[in-house]
Design a protein around this ligand. Structure first.
Ligand code: PLP
Length: 360
C-alpha cells in the first residue's frame, strides 16, 4: 500500500471561502492570490476551483503562463512585477498585468517597443517599507507610466504591514495615505489583503486581494477561522503505523527528550518533517487520532512522529490521524511550532499524495 501521508483538498471549502470574501467586501472585485503554488494547494487546481474570481495574483511569469495554458482567462497579475525588461513581450503576449514598484521597471517600460499594452498597478509604499514608491514620488511615477505606449490601464496598489492586529495604528495611517494619493492620481485602487478584508472595512476599495483566508485560515489575531466562517481547504492526514506499550522511564525517539512517566501506549504516525510537518512542533502539539486530540511527544523525525495514546487506549494500527485541517486549525499547529499557517501550508512536500475530495 502507498504511504498513508495525504493532503486532502476540499473544493467546496475553497469556493465557500470565496463567498465569505464577497460577503465581507460585496462592492469589491476579487483578485485571488494564488502565489507559492496556491499557498501549497496547487496553482491550477485553485484557479480552476475559483473560476468565479475576478482576477488572480501570482509571483512569476512562469505561473502566469501555467494559468494561461490551463485555460484561465481572467486577468493575472504579477504581484512582484517583472524582474527584467526582456520579460515584457511575454507579459504582453500572455496578457499578464504587473505591479510596478521600482523606477527601473518604469525605464524598462519606456524602452520597450512594439508590444501590446500591459496593464500596470503602481505600488506605493504606505508604510510596509519593503517594496513600492515613496508617496512623494508617486505622482511622477504615475505620469511617466501614463505617457508610456507599453502601458495599458494604470491602477494604484499598496500593501499592509500590520493589518492582522486590529489595535495597531499603522493600518489606519496606511489607508489614509493611500486614499489621499488615490484621490489625486485616479485609477482603480487595491489595498486589502485578507486581514484588511476582515478587519479594516475602509480598506476594501475597488479590488481586494485575499490569500490566506481563501484557504480557510484566519488572517487576524484573536479571531479563529470558525468564528469568521472560514473552512479549511487542506487537511494533512496520515495513519498510525505502530503502537507499542512503553515502560515507565523509557525515552522516546531522537535525543530521548521525552521520557514516559508511567507505563503507557505510544503511537507512531507516518508523517514527519520530510512531509512538511514542522520539526519544531514541541511535545504537547495536538494531533487528531480518530477525531480526538492527543499530544505529540518527543522530537519530530523525517518520516514519523510519536504520540501519547493514554487517552485513546482503543486506538489501532491504520487509524486515521489529522495533523491539521478539518477539526484542527493549522494556525494552532503553527503557533505551537513558532511559525504561521502560511508557512505550513506552503511547505507540504511533493511526496505527500494529493486527494481532491468529491463534492457532494
Ligand atoms: C501575498 C499577498 C497578498 C495576500 O495576502 P494574505 O495575507 O494571504 O491575504 C495580497 N497582496 C499582495 C501584494 C501579496 O503579496
Amino acid at each position: 500500500m502507498a504511504r498513508p501521508a495525504q493532503v486532502r483538498l476540499s473544493a467546496a471549502a475553497l469556493r465557500h471561502n470565496l463567498t465569505r470574501v464577497r460577503s465581507f467586501a460585496p462592492a469589491a472585485k476579487v483578485m485571488a492570490v494564488i502565489k507559492a503554488n496556491g499557498y501549497g494547494h496547487g496553482l491550477t487546481w485553485v484557479a480552476r476551483v475559483l473560476s468565479e474570481a475576478d482576477a488572480f495574483g501570482v509571483a512569476s511569469v512562469d505561473d502566469g503562463i501555467v494559468l494561461r495554458r490551463a485555460g484561465v482567462t481572467q486577468p493575472v497579475c504579477l504581484l512582484e512585477g517583472f524582474f527584467q525588461g526582456d520579460e515584457l513581450p511575454l507579459l504582453a503576449e500572455q496578457r499578464l498585468s504587473a505591479v510596478v514598484h521600482h523606477e527601473s521597471q518604469i525605464r524598462d517600460l519606456e524602452r520597450v517597443s512594439g508590444i501590446a499594452p500591459v496593464d500596470v498597478w503602481l505600488k506605493i509604499d504606505t508604510g510596509m517599507h519593503r517594496i513600492g514608491f515613496d508617496p512623494q514620488l508617486a505622482a511622477d511615477a504615475a505620469s511617466r507610466l501614463r505617457d508610456c505606449k507599453a502601458v495599458g490601464a494604470l491602477g494604484l496598489l499598496s500593501h499592509f504591514a500590520n493589518a492582522d492586529n486590529k489595535f495597531d495604528a499603522t493600518t489606519s495611517f496606511q489607508v489614509r495615505l493611500f486614499q489621499d494619493l488615490a484621490a489625486s492620481l485616479g485609477g482603480e485602487r487595491s489595498l486589502a489583503n485578507s486581514a484588511g478584508i476582515v478587519a479594516w472595512p475602509e480598506s476594501r476599495l475597488d479590488w481586494v486581494r485575499p490569500g490566506i483566508m481563501l484557504y480557510g485560515v484566519s488572517p487576524v489575531i484573536g479571531q479563529g477561522s470558525a468564528e469568521l466562517g472560514l473552512e479549511p481547504v487542506m487537511t494533512l492526514q496520515s495513519q498510525i503505523i505502530a503502537i507499542s506499550p512503553r515502560r515507565k522511564g523509557e525515552a522516546i525517539g531522537y535525543g530521548g527528550d521525552w521520557v514516559c512517566p508511567e507505563e503507557m501506549p505510544v503511537g507512531v504516525v507516518a508523517i514527519g518533517y520530510g512531509d512538511g510537518y514542522p520539526r519544531h512542533a514541541p511535545t504537547g502539539t495536538p494531533v487528531l487520532v480518530n477525531g480526538r486530540r492527543v499530544p505529540l511527544i518527543g522530537r519530530v523525525s523525517m518520516d514519523m512522529i510519536t504520540v501519547d495514546l493514554r487517552e485513546q487506549p482503543g486506538a489501532s494500527i491504520g487509524d486515521p490521524v489529522v495533523l491539521w485541517g478539518a477539526g484542527l486549525p493549522v494556525e494552532e499547529i503553527a503557533a505551537r511550532a513558532g511559525t504561521i499557517g502560511y508557512e505550513l501550508l506552503c511547505h507540504v512536500t511533493p511526496r505527500v499524495s494529493r486527494v481532491e475530495l468529491a463534492e457532494c
